[in-house]
Design a protein around this ligand. Structure first.
Ligand code: ZN
Length: 399
């Protein structure tokens, strides 16, 4: 077949078929039964491994992780989980951490080595750090642009109304290169749900960018905030461009109430991000998916001031989502895998994603019988290809 630069042979696809995959110009140009495409100039033998789309790391914090730095012991909140207190601990920790660019590189390489080639990172933009963190992470994004595609969210970690100058900084952050505007617990942190959302959606509308809001609030306050975000999204015609990260409150609802709000979320085209955190309720993944909601995932914090866990592996994240959701059947396990792949791509609005003709040749090889087994076994030997080029193997980025 003409025009194939690299031929990937003996790949096993998610449907169990054995295929050879032709790649040219970084895109998939042929998917044919094994052995039926004449060998191109360069051949890469997949040796029967499962070949899946590269993972979507949909929520991470490149600026605040200590991964690869010295161990910084976790400090517990004095009276139960408190976002204000955690933000204060974070400020103390950041003052003693290694330079941000060094830490961000280590975290990125961890993610790429595990097979994530598309990422959304929140980066602090507020009165406490100004645009400094964003400037650093923008430089790192440029440095790594050949091996990973990164969206950046301007994230007001210290609130918007409570942190002087933050509305202006969020505008400047978008002008500087951030792709989305973030938010943080509009009601419980800033104590002004509508005032907070006025700024977030105002910046988004002005610049034509998407929104991704951290929402930790539980119970009816969390659910109410979700509804308000959905209403604004629909009113501004921003379906498909808005995400709510965590949305713990959705995990507090009885099934009927969850279904009702799930239908609203789906109609508004708002995506929900969960990392299936270990110590509290989280959104009902299967129920929301059945209502048509795009549920995606991310590592969120990796060894930072919020918790000491995290391995930058979206396949093990799929396992955790499945574990905590009580997913046992093959269909359930496949759904958990979808959350870290196709649903992630949809939530991030990614072009050219998947194992399909015309898609970017961004894929990962897994030693597993099929997707459900991969989700429970989390096999570590992987090869990671970005636009048909090997970018990582044996747990390390290849230079
Ligand atoms: Zn986060």
């Amino acid at each position: 077949m003409a025009g194939i630069e690299t031929l990937f042979t003996h790949a096993k696809l998610a449907d169990g078929s054995r295929k050879d995959i032709g790649v040219s110009g970084g895109r998939i140009v042929a998917i044919e039964p094994a052995g039926t495409i004449p060998t191109g100039s360069r051949t890469v033998d997949i040796t029967g491994s499962l070949l899946v789309p590269a993972f979507v790391e949909g929520h991470i914090h490149l600026d605040t992780s200590f991964y690869g730095d010295k161990w910084i012991p976790h400090k517990a909140c004095t009276n139960g989980f408190d976002v204000h207190e955690r933000v204060a601990f974070q400020a103390q920790n950041m003052a003693q951490a290694a330079p941000m660019d060094e830490r961000a590189r280590k975290q990125l390489e961890l993610c790429v080595a595990n097979g994530s080639l598309r990422m959304r990172s929140h980066v602090m933009v507020d009165g406490s750090v100004g645009l400094k963190s964003l400037e650093t992470i923008l430089t790192i994004r440029e440095e790594y642009r050949d091996i990973i595609d990164i969206q950046l969210v301007a994230f007001p970690q210290n609130g918007i109304l409570k942190s002087p100058g933050t509305p202006e900084l969020l505008n400047e952050a978008i002008a500087l290169g951030a792709d989305l505007v973030g938010g943080l617990d509009p009601a419980s942190f800033d104590r002004d749900l509508q005032g907070h959302l006025d700024v977030v959606f105002g910046v988004a509308e002005k610049h034509g960018v998407g929104v991704d809001i951290h929402l930790h609030d539980f119970g009816s306050l969390g659910a109410f905030t979700v509804e308000e975000i959905c209403a604004r999204t629909a009113a501004l015609g921003m379906q498909g461009k808005v995400a709510i990260s965590h949305a713990y409150g959705l995990g507090d609802l009885d099934p009927d109430a969850a279904r009702r709000i799930g239908a609203k979320i789906a109609k508004a085209g708002v995506s929900i991000m969960t990392n299936a955190p270990g110590d509290h309720v989280f959104p009902p993944v299967a129920l929301l998916r059945s209502e048509g909601v795009t549920v995606f995932s991310g590592s969120d914090n990796i060894r930072d001031s919020w918790w000491p866990y995290g391995d930058g592996d979206m396949l093990s994240r799929a396992m955790m989502i499945g574990y905590r959701s009580g997913f046992y059947t093959d269909d359930d396990l496949t759904a958990a895998f979808d959350v870290v792949t196709i649903a992630g791509a949809k939530a991030l609005g990614l072009e050219g994603y998947g194992i399909a003709l015309g898609a970017k040749a961004d894929f990962v090889t897994l030693v597993a019988e099929h997707v459900p087994e991969a989700v429970v076994a989390v096999p570590k030997p992987r090869r990671v290809f970005k636009e048909g080029r090997l970018v990582a193997e044996n747990g390390a980025v290849v230079r």
